[in-house]
Every structure is written in structure tokens, then in C-alpha cells.
Ligand binder design. Structure first.
Ligand code: AMP
Ligand code: FE
Ligand code: FE
Ligand code: ZN
Length: 290
């Protein structure tokens, strides 16, 4: 493995991806990935199936993407941010409780969005949307987006977000997420390492000022996702400089969601020394190799 291919951010049917966890590791191996992280939103429900199906030679980093709320650094309302946690102990009581709370919050919030749309005549039904969710999976707007595609309301998941499901839509309902400093502390207490996911991805709305990353580094953040499909070249330059100054690991990842997004597996990757840096900061769960 001279230059391993490392993709540290991917989703499965345990959240809003379209590949099963077993399917995910198969796709990763076929794409020539050597080290893969499974990072479903607010759940570790996909870990065991992915581990059991691990193809020979593929190394699995078990992780999750935590839904968080962060100050913007501008003194206005908090914004939604995502925190990647890697190699934490999945039985840590705080993580178990907070992920369970968020999964319930996700169902209630999506149900309210569906009810608002149904009241306006859209052909969507909450029970039908939730019926397809595997046990322990996190519901999200992409599940509603697919129902809208299936009903012929929109032509694609992307169009569903652009027209009906974006944060500013009258049908949008917000969620109570975890304060990001609390989430960092929780991941670390469980032996994991925390990485700020796509900090400057503006497709989801407002983003934080660089000063927030400085503060989170002081609060125990271990890395920053620099190379991400939703970051521009100048975003990447800014984040790379900041991460270097703050001694944070620099990661790159596809944020693969199967057919819910157009980005292929390993479209962006992480350097081997950055992975080593992350591993040196984590003690909660082992790497697994097939
Ligand atoms: P939620 O978790 O319910 O707030 O929905 C947000 C999720 O929707 C994100 O994790 C993305 O994976 C996904 N998403 C956001 N915008 C788009 C888009 N334009 N096309 C496809 N998926 C999207
Ligand atoms: Fe997602
Ligand atoms: Fe994300
Ligand atoms: Zn993600």
C-alpha cells in the first residue's frame, strides 16, 4: 500500500445513503479504497453489518456524523453544523442517549414536514416514508425527497431540495441539535476523535466564521474536513492554512450517499499521514481489517 486510498466520510441506508452497509464496503473495495469510514448521521446502526461484510484488504474506520448547532462567530443565531466522530466507543452512555434522542427528533421533525406538505395537497404519507427505514436508522429529508420523486412531484432528490425541502422553505421544520462543543466533549469522552465536517459548505445555508474553528480547536476538535465536494478551491486554501496553524488533522472525503447524491466513492481522499494523526488521537474503538 504505497499510496493508500482513504475515504473518511460515507453514508448507508442506516441514514440517508442508498447502499446497505454491506453494499457500501463492496462499492468501496470495487473503487480501490483501502481505508473507509462509515459515518451515518446520528447512528452506529450500520457498523456491525459493514464489519461483517468487510472485503479482504479493506480497513474500516467506524464513525458517525453528529448533527450539531454552532455559534456563527458573528453573534447571530446558531447554525446547523456536522461533526464527524471516529473510533468512539458506541456503548458510551452519553452517545447512546444523544443519538437516540436525535433519531426521535428526526422522525418527529420529518413527520411535521410531511404533514405540512400533505395539508397543501402533496401526495406524501408519513407512515409510508418511515416504513422503509431499517431498525436504528436515522430519518432525513432525503427520505422525503425520494418519496416526492417516486410520486412524480419532482424529477430528482436535488430538485426536491432546491424547490421544497431547503432550510428556507415554508415546509421546513428545524431540529434541536447537539451544541457542537458538547458533541466534541462526548466523542472525546468515548475515546474518539472529532473532525469538523465540511465547515464551509454553503449549500446547507449559513456557515461559521474561522474564529469558531479556532475556539473549537481549543475545545478539543481533532481535525477539519478540508477536501469536500461542497468546498471551493479558496475554501480549501483557507481551511488548510487554519488547520495547519491550529495543529488539526486535515481530511478529505467524498461524503458518498449512493444515488442520493452525484458524488462517487473516493471522489476526495485523505493523506496517509493525516489518518495516522487522527488514529493517534483516538482510543475508543479499533480499526477493523477484512
Ligand atoms: P436532514 O438530515 O434531514 O437535515 O437533511 C440533510 C441531508 O440532506 C444532508 O445530510 C445531505 O446528505 C442531504 N442533502 C442536502 N442537500 C441535498 C441535495 N441538494 N441533494 C441531495 N441531498 C442533499
Ligand atoms: Fe446526509
Ligand atoms: Fe454532512
Ligand atoms: Zn455526510
Amino acid at each position: 500500500m504505497t499510496r493508500p486510498r482513504i475515504d473518511l466520510h460515507t453514508h448507508t441506508t442506516a441514514s440517508d445513503g442508498t447502499d446497505s452497509p454491506a453494499g457500501l464496503v463492496t462499492v468501496a473495495a470495487a473503487a480501490g479504497v483501502d481505508v473507509l469510514a462509515i459515518t451515518d448521521h446520528d447512528t452506529t446502526a450500520g457498523w456491525d453489518e459493514a464489519a461483517a461484510a468487510l472485503p479482504r484488504g479493506l480497513t474500516l474506520v467506524r464513525g458517525a456524523e453528529f448533527s450539531c448547532a454552532s455559534p456563527t462567530g458573528r453573534g447571530d443565531l446558531d447554525v446547523s453544523v456536522h461533526l464527524l466522530g471516529y473510533l468512539f466507543d458506541p456503548s458510551h452512555p452519553e452517545i447512546v442517549a444523544e443519538q437516540a434522542r436525535l433519531r426521535i427528533e428526526r422522525v418527529q421533525r420529518l413527520r411535521r414536514m410531511i404533514e405540512k406538505m400533505a395539508a397543501d395537497g402533496y401526495p406524501v404519507d408519513a407512515d409510508a416514508v418511515f416504513a422503509a427505514l431499517p431498525t436504528g436508522a436515522s430519518a432525513g429529508r432525503p427520505h422525503l425527497a425520494r418519496a416526492l420523486v417516486a410520486a412524480g412531484v419532482v424529477g430528482s432528490v436535488d430538485e426536491a431540495f432546491a424547490t421544497l425541502l431547503h432550510d428556507g422553505s415554508p415546509y421546513h421544520v428545524s431540529r434541536v441539535d447537539t451544541p457542537v462543543d458538547t458533541a466534541i466533549a462526548m466523542v472525546r469522552a468515548a475515546g474518539g476523535v472529532a473532525v469538523f465536517a465540511h465547515p464551509l459548505a454553503r449549500r446547507g445555508g449559513q456557515v461559521v466564521e474561522p474564529s469558531v474553528i479556532v475556539e473549537l480547536a481549543a475545545a478539543g476538535l481533532g481535525g477539519v474536513e478540508v477536501d469536500h465536494p461542497d468546498h471551493t478551491a479558496s475554501d480549501r486554501d483557507l481551511l488548510r492554512g487554519l488547520a495547519t496553524d491550529l495543529d488539526l488533522a486535515i481530511t478529505g472525503s467524498s461524503d458518498y450517499h449512493g444515488t442520493n447524491k452525484i458524488t462517487p466513492m473516493a471522489a476526495e481522499t485523505t493523506a496517509a499521514d493525516a489518518l495516522e494523526d487522527l488514529l493517534s488521537r483516538a482510543t475508543g474503538a479499533e480499526l477493523l481489517t477484512g
